[in-house]
Write a protein that binds this ligand. Structure first.
Ligand code: FAD
Ligand code: SF4
Ligand code: SF4
Ligand code: SF4
Length: 465
């Protein structure tokens, strides 16, 4: 205890308002380490002076800065009023499932029953099926999505944010692109629509929620009236904020391909982006769900190669991902869709987990099931629970990527292989227990450990209250 009283909410906000008067220079304190390239700062800039640099994945100043400070104040990495967000949208969580998944109204495993969407999906196509249904049924008139820039490449992972206004256009967004996509730089373009859906990563959903509370919360509105007005205008059309789950991202897939020596045009698998023909073949050859979980790529000319995820990580890890307080699942989204925990047996993949927080969205999803657009099954619960809990107990909070060295040298440390206690042979941790284990690994090694190191180094860290 240093005897200092904790800052009040008013003091936190006023401290950040004071910093924001530096304009773009204030934003630079964030972009040095904490930025996640979401693009929200570009959308709130009244001068349209910010662009997200395609190589750096960070905002750059391309015009006049009047030092209004809105970019800094709207950024989720200056301050994040998480308690306000949860209070406005969700409410108190009860029990381990709600603490880890959010205040959900439904949670299950699903996949698209539309053949084209299912075959293109990563892995079950639930997200694309939902957006397709929302646009087709007039529930929304636009959706802010991410597609591959090279339309002729099967697994193009060069993300391009775009707005789909027809169900057919929604199909272009299928499959994960493993590179930061500045989805929220496109918020202004949503302004011409009445009702829209946004699909993003958990950090992007949190950024969006910040903008929503800045527009609606009396204290935040009173302290930042002009930004609050802009935030209200930008978020007014958003009916549903839908998240895809996320563990970590990459700054540049081109750099990853260069290191791996592969040509993106030849990929038929990169991690969970797997052509359905390929995993059907893999299972026929006796492989099981563990093959699907490998860090592995396969090319059209028959090369199948595992790769060292840490060696890739030190080349393409976005530093801001190490301050990510999301637990893979976005607890603040209206629905969060992933694949961790979606296996319904050791010989079956191709499903998503879907956590729904929004009661109206649940009605939409129920209609999809009733109309034969989506298949749902219960999540596998209780498989390997004891082992999962033992492993979690043994896990310390570690700065596995070496934040301290990174601040000093600009390079990540290659993490030492972790020696975890071995479980009894043939004991699988599957379904919900596997998702929970993944969440703990994420929190301990890619959030708590790095955060401690940043605090120790006295580096800038965002205020979360
Ligand atoms: C970098 C990254 C890491 C991930 N890590 C995990 C993980 O550890 N565990 C887990 O369970 N799931 C993870 N996912 C989510 C998973 O890969 C699928 O996106 C999710 O299961 C939805 O699958 P789907 O079949 O419903 O999606 P599809 O129907 O194939 O639709 C894909 C959707 O994702 C959106 N999208 C694609 N790339 C991006 C991007 N870069 N940024 C924002 N939006 C994008 C598209 O707009 C589209 O709506 C990750 C995704 C990404 C992009
Ligand atoms: S939002 Fe304001 S402070 Fe930020 S770059 Fe634009 S003009 Fe400058
Ligand atoms: S985190 Fe988002 S809002 Fe903040 S500086 Fe980076 S791109 Fe801009
Ligand atoms: S790891 Fe977190 S910060 Fe990084 S892209 Fe995923 S959700 Fe965003």
């Amino acid at each position: 205890m240093n005897g200092k009283a904790p800052e009040t909410e008013e003091q936190i906000i006023d401290r950040h308002i004071a910093s924001s008067t530096e304009g773009f220079a204030a934003l630079k304190t964030i972009t040095d380490f904490c930025c996640i390239g979401c693009g929200q700062c570009a959308s709130v800039c009244p001068e349209n002076s910010l662009e997200i640099d395609d190589i750096l994945k960070k905002p750059v100043l391309s015009g006049k800065c009047t030092r209004c400070g809105f970019c800094y104040l709207a950024c989720p990495r200056s301050f994040l009023p998480l308690s306000r967000i949860n209070e406005h949208y969700f409410g108190p969580e009860q029990g381990e499932e709600e603490e880890r998944l959010g205040k959900f109204v439904d949670f299950f495993v699903s996949r698209s029953l539309t053949e084209q969407i299912y075959r293109e999906g990563t892995p079950g196509g639930t997200t694309t099926a939902l957006i397709h249904f929302l646009l087709d049924g007039g529930y929304v008139d636009a959706a802010l999505l991410t597609r591959g820039r090279h339309r002729d490449v099967r697994y193009c992972m060069h993300p391009q944010s775009y707005i789909a206004t027809t169900a057919a256009e929604a199909l272009e967004s299928s499959h994960s692109k493993f590179e930061l996509s500045p989805v929220l730089a496109n918020l202004k373009s949503l302004g011409s629509y009445q009702k829209s859906a946004v699909v993003g990563t958990p950090c992007q959903i949190l950024a969006l929620r910040k903008l929503q509370v800045v527009s609606s919360d009396p204290l935040l509105r009173a302290r930042m009236p002009e930004l609050s007005r802009i935030a209200g205008k930008l978020t007014a059309p958003i009916t549903y904020a839908i998240s895809i789950n996320c563990f970590l991202n990459h700054t540049s897939m081109d750099r990853a391909y260069a290191w791996l020596g592969i040509d993106e045009r030849q990929l038929i698998r990169f991690n969970e982006n797997v052509s359905k023909d390929l995993y059907e073949k893999a299972f026929a050859e006796g492989k099981d769900w563990r093959w699907f979980f490998r860090n592995n790529y396969v090319t059209t000319d028959g090369v199948e190669q595992d790769y060292d995820v840490h060696k890739l990580g030190v080349r393409v890890l976005p530093s801001g991902c190490l301050l990510c307080n999301n637990l893979i699942v976005s607890k603040q989204a209206d629905a969060s869709i992933g694949f961790f925990g979606a296996e319904t047996g050791v010989k079956e993949v191709g499903w998503n987990t879907m956590v729904i927080m929004h009661p109206e969205l649940k009605k939409v999803v129920d209609a999809m099931v009733a109309q034969g657009k989506l298949e749902r099954k219960p999540v596998l619960r209780g498989y390997g629970r004891t082992l999962r809990k033992v492993l979690e107990k043994l896990m310390p909070a570690l700065d596995v990527m070496g934040v301290k060295e990174y601040l000093e040298t600009g390079s990540w440390r290659y993490p030492k292989p972790l020696k975890l206690a071995k479980g009894p042979r043939k004991t699988y941790i599957l379904g919900l227990e596997l998702l929970f284990l993944g969440q703990t690994i994420r929190r301990k090694f890619f959030y708590e450990g790095p955060l401690k190191a940043l605090k120790k180094a006295g580096a800038y860290i965002p205020t979360v209250y």
